[in-house]
Design a protein around this ligand. Structure first.
Ligand code: BDR
Ligand code: CA
Length: 310
């Protein structure tokens, strides 16, 4: 199985991504590292454990990491995810403890212990933990097999400012470090995630599984989609973060371009913008596989089949 570390700020869509990974034998989740993002760190670390227990995986190691971005104040998104970050269904207080180790120390220690190219990182929130680990221990950078992340936008531009996507906007300094690291990157921007909408039939199929997990996923998306449907008049909500895990399982669902992507860290107006050279108008070297399209039906078929296993 492919070894991964999920770095996350749950978030309903993060929660679905975690469930998808835990349901998939092709992946070995070494640990879940939590970061401040959608809601503050104490809540993301709590939510991650609730999701593990929902999946019957109280044995999973869950770590708390950075509680604020590298150089800015934290911006959260309760207006999307609710006060708890996981509004939509009440899950029991987790019995599993948070690991005592700091998420950044876990990342460094694990990458040092594993052979080069053995571990893939899957960031689903602001990149603070990953960039902090890279800064503190540059020797881990060449050991990372690949980083498959949710963040950024090109044609779809921004969801938190007119120019920026939330995960990159919250910690643009961290994103800049990761995008300049030289590690092979696969990026799932809004261009892709806005194609995997939680339409009625898709969600009813999940609810009809008749399982606790299927019910939880349907309840989360019912809550989560209110924001997008009201704001954009779309048919459902984008299931952003599960795209990262779906890519690891079925990369053929996605297509994109290997291009140069730079992060805006200076301008107030466009802070956190992912400047993707989609049309290759510069000679800046490609540093990321920037996705542009997804087979949404295939994505939901995969998701449903895996969620049914839990
Ligand atoms: C990203 O921001 C968060 O609200 C979601 O969990 C996702 O990771 C989408 O912009
Ligand atoms: Ca997220």
């Amino acid at each position: 199985a492919r070894k991964i570390i999920i770095d996350t700020d749950p978030g309903q869509d993060d929660a679905v991504a975690i469930l998808l990974a835990l349901a998939s034998p092709e992946l070995e989740v070494l640990g879940i590292t939590c970061v401040a993002g959608n809601v503050p760190l104490t809540l993301t670390a709590l939510n991650a454990r609730k999701v593990c227990e929902l999946a019957g995986r109280a044995d999973m190691r869950v770590f708390a990491g950075c509680d604020r971005p590298m150089a800015r104040d934290l911006v959260t998104a309760e207006y999307v995810h609710g006060k708890t970050g996981l509004d939509g269904i009440e899950l029991p207080e987790p019995r599993m403890a948070l690991d005592e180790q700091h998420a950044v120390d876990f990342l460094i220690e694990t990458l040092r212990a594993e052979p080069e190219g053995a571990v893939t990182l899957c960031p689903l929130g602001p990149l603070t933990n990953i960039a902090t680990a890279m800064e503190r221990a540059p020797d881990i950078v060449p050991k990372i097999a690949e980083i498959v992340l949710m963040g950024g936008a090109y044609f779809e531009v921004g969801n938190v400012t007119p120019a920026a996507e939330f995960n990159i906007y919250v910690d643009p300094q961290a994103a800049d470090i990761v995008f300049k690291s030289g590690v092979p990157l696969v990026v799932m921007p809004l261009d892709v995630t806005h194609q995997v909408l939680t339409t009625r039939p898709r969600i009813e199929t999940l609810r009809a599984l008749g399982t606790r997990v299927g019910h939880a996923v349907a309840s989360w998306t019912d809550f989560f989609e209110r924001y997008d449907m009201a704001k954009y008049g779309s048919q459902g909500a984008p299931l952003h973060d599960p795209c990262v895990i779906a890519y690891l399982l079925q990369p053929g669902l996605f297509s994109g371009r290997h291009v140069n992507v730079e992060i805006e860290t200076g301008s107030e107006l466009t802070l956190g913008m992912t400047v993707a050279d989609w049309w290759r108008v510069t000679d800046r070297p490609a540093n990321a596989m920037f996705m542009g399209d997804v087979d949404a039906e295939g994505f939901y078929a995969l998701l449903t089949e895996r969620i049914a296993r839990l």
